[in-house]
Design a protein around this ligand. Structure first.
Ligand code: FES
Ligand SMILES: [Fe+2]
Length: 357
C-alpha cells in the first residue's frame, strides 16, 4: 500500500468528486455509520425521504451519532425527527445541513460552532452518492445521466458489493488506459481499435475487440469515468448493457468498490429465460472485473510505470487524475495538459467515436 503523497498526485489526500457511499436501501430512519475519506460519517433518511450524510461526531461532547443502542433517544425511536437527527447523549438536534437547530434544555442562543460537516447527497441508480471536496465547495459536475434506470424496457441492476481493496485508487484508475492487459486478463483478442479521450473531468476508453466471456463475436465497449469515482461502460455483445464500477477511498491507500450491470433484454417484458440469462450475464461481468481485482489485491504499488511502446497512455491518465487532488482553481491546468484523443501505438482510432455517448 502506498499513499497519495508517495504517488505524488497532489496536495489533497482524497479526490474531489461524486462518490458512492452505500446503496439507497441502506439509508433508513436508523442512522448507520460509514467510513470513507479517512473520516467517520453517518447516513440516515429523513421523514421526507431526503438522505443526509455528515460527519459522525456531535460538536457538544463528540458523541458518535449512529453508534448507540441504549440511549432513550434511540430506544424510543426519537433519533430521526422529521429530516433532522438528535444526538443520543444530550439530545441536541441537527438538520441535514449539519446545523444545530435545537438544544432542548438550554435557553441560551445556539452557539455558531454547533454544526457538523455535511455532504451534498444524490440518489442515483439505487445508490447514495456524496460530493467530497476538501475545499468544501459546491459540486461542479453531475454524475452521468442514467435515463435507463427509469426505463422499464431495461432490467435494473442489482449492486454487487466488491468489498475493500488494499491499494490506492490510482491503481484502479490506471485500468482505463491499460490496453496491454486486455488480452491476458480479459481475453480480449483481436483488438480492432483502442483509444482514450480526455475531456475535462471525463476520460473515455473506446474499444472494439473479442471477449472470451461476454461475447462470441467482437464486443463494442465504450467506457468512461465521470470524475474520479464513477466508471460506466456501454457494451454490445449478447445484450446491450451498461456496467457501473464505483470506487471510493476509505483510507489513504485503500478503496471500497461496487459493480452493477443493467441490461436491455431482447423481449419486453423479459421472459423467464431472459431473466436467467441476464442474471448469468451480470455474474459474467462481475467475474471479468474480478480478474482485475485479483491483480490489484496482490500487487505492489506502481509509483512509476515502466512505460514501453504499445502501453496505453498511463502518464496522461495520471495527469488527468491529478486535477481532483488539486485546488479547484488549478484543475483546468491539468485538463488542458491532456484534453484530446490518444491512440495507443499498434492499434487504430474508433471510426464512430460518438456512437454510444
Ligand atoms: S454530545 Fe451530543 S448532545 Fe451532547
Ligand atoms: Fe481490466
Amino acid at each position: 500500500m502506498a499513499t497519495t503523497a508517495e504517488y505524488d498526485i497532489g496536495p489533497f489526500t482524497f479526490p474531489r468528486g461524486w462518490f458512492v457511499v452505500g446503496e439507497a436501501s441502506e439509508a433508513t430512519n436508523k442512522p448507520v455509520s460509514l467510513r470513507y475519506f479517512g473520516r467517520d460519517m453517518i447516513m440516515y433518511r429523513g421523514a421526507s425521504g431526503k438522505v443526509a450524510v455528515m460527519d459522525a461526531y456531535c460538536p457538544h461532547m463528540k458523541t458518535h451519532l449512529a453508534n448507540n443502542t441504549t440511549s432513550y433517544v434511540v430506544m424510543d425511536g426519537k433519533q430521526v425527527d422529521g429530516d433532522d437527527i438528535r444526538c443520543p447523549y444530550h439530545g441536541w438536534k441537527f438538520g441535514p445541513d449539519g446545523m444545530c437547530n435545537e438544544i432542548p434544555y438550554s435557553p441560551a442562543p445556539i452557539p455558531k460552532a454547533a454544526k457538523i460537516r455535511s455532504f451534498p447527497v444524490k440518489e442515483w441508480g439505487g445508490l447514495i452518492l456524496i460530493w467530497h471536496d476538501e475545499e468544501e465547495g459546491e459540486p461542479d459536475y453531475d454524475p452521468h445521466p442514467l435515463p435507463e434506470w427509469d426505463d422499464k424496457k431495461w432490467v435494473n441492476w442489482k449492486i454487487d458489493d466488491l468489498g475493500q481493496l488494499g491499494c490506492h485508487s490510482q491503481e484502479v484508475i490506471d485500468n482505463i488506459t491499460d490496453k496491454a492487459h486486455l488480452e491476458p486478463i480479459h481475453g480480449s483478442m483481436n483488438i480492432q481499435y483502442f483509444e482514450n479521450e480526455y475531456d475535462n473531468h471525463v476520460v473515455w476508453q473506446r474499444l472494439l475487440a473479442g471477449h472470451k466471456t461476454l461475447s462470441d463475436d467482437l464486443l463494442q465497449n465504450d467506457t468512461w469515468y465521470t470524475g474520479p469515482g464513477l466508471l460506466m461502460s456501454r457494451m454490445g455483445g449478447y445484450y446491450n448493457s451498461i456496467m457501473l464500477v464505483a470506487h471510493t477511498p476509505i483510507e489513504d491507500g485503500s478503496v471500497q468498490a461496487w459493480h452493477a450491470l443493467m441490461v436491455e433484454p431482447p423481449n419486453y417484458p423479459p421472459s423467464e429465460e431472459d431473466k436467467g440469462a441476464i442474471a448469468a450475464y451480470q455474474e459474467a461481468s462481475r467475474t471479468a472485473l474480478y480478474q482485475d481485482f485479483d491483480v490489484w489485491a496482490n500487487k505492489q504499488p506502481c509509483l512509476q510505470v515502466m512505460q514501453v511502446v504499445g502501453d496505453g497512455p498511463f502518464g496522461k491518465t495520471r495527469q488527468w487524475y491529478k486535477q481532483f487532488y488539486h485546488p479547484r482553481k488549478d484543475a483546468k491546468k491539468f485538463q488542458d495538459a491532456v484534453n484530446g484523443v490518444y491512440v495507443t501505438k499498434g492499434t487504430a482510432r474508433d471510426p464512430w467515436p460518438d456512437a454510444a455517448e
